[in-house]
Design a protein around this ligand. Structure first.
Ligand SMILES: [Zn+2]
Length: 259
């Protein structure tokens, strides 16, 4: 049986409460990685979701590739969203037990590939290449300066008390990504359904379901999966979100809560 954390980026959108209620009705736990600008707009909804038992993680204050920001700008964006989330948890009257962070575009400072490729096996490198290509469409190996940016930002996350998921044992995940942010092992590719990307990818919800069958349900690993979906507030991907999650649940995916 596939065990998986459901993680949802770019919340809270106009469809956020719709997704929260949909998941609550199906008793599916989820981690919503929230953008600072949207949290400021819909803090009451974030509070409600936290009170309902969902986890609000940080997706930084700025939804930008953190390799393109200076260390000062990136650190400030991480810290600003951390304070917003502290306030929102306090208003919800819920202890913020887990501090979880996801970089926009999975760009941890190293750009579109998360680590130096030299210490990876060929298999680990190709696994990470596939994940990053699914998430951002392409991947380029990082420069030394980008790797230094990654280290600096990991230090900021560590200092603020952010932590990774303890039970993701895939060696490529462990070696490639940072210790103090949350990455993924499976991308739904739901972003292909955004109006602005449709002309490039020509995909439908059925294509995304076929990917689940091929790559998630048949994955040969004992490690829990970390599934990436998005909260866009746009009709097609929002409908696909419900279809995909329902399909996964009906196919026996066991959605995990944080310990
Ligand atoms: Zn994002």
């Amino acid at each position: 049986m596939v065990k998986a954390y459901l993680t949802i980026d770019d919340s809270p959108s106009a469809d956020f409460m719709g997704k929260v209620e949909f998941l609550a009705a199906k008793k599916i736990p989820a981690i919503f990685f929230c953008r600072g600008d949207l949290l400021e707009k819909r803090s009451d909804e974030a509070i409600k979701a936290i009170q309902m038992g969902f986890v609000a993680g940080s997706h930084s204050y700025l939804h930008k590739r953190h390799s393109t920001l200076s260390i000062t700008e990136a650190s400030a964006a991480i810290r600003k969203n951390d304070e917003l989330l502290d306030n929102i948890y306090a208003k919800a009257g819920v202890q913020r037990k887990w501090k979880l962070f996801r970089f926009p575009y999975l760009d941890n400072g190293a750009g579109s590939f998360p680590c130096a490729p030299e210490n990876l096996t060929a298999e680990e490198k190709s696994w990470l290449t596939k994940i990053m290509s699914d998430v951002v469409g392409s991947c380029v190996m990082p420069t030394a300066a980008q790797l230094a940016q990654k280290s600096a930002l990991q230090e900021v996350l560590e200092e603020l008390g952010y932590q990774g998921l303890p039970d993701i044992t895939s060696s490529a995940y462990q070696k490639g990504f940072g210790k103090f942010d949350i990455n993924i092992t499976y991308c739904t590719d739901d972003w292909h359904l955004l109006t602005r990307h449709q002309a490039t990818y020509h995909q439908t919800a059925d294509d995304l379901i076929a990917k689940v069958k091929r790559e998630l349900l048949l994955a040969e690993t004992s490690s829990p999966q970390v599934i990436l979906a998005h909260d866009y507030g746009e009709k097609e991907p929002d409908e696909a979100f419900r279809l995909l999650v329902s399909f996964m649940q009906e196919s026996g995916v066991d959605f995990l809560s944080l310990p």
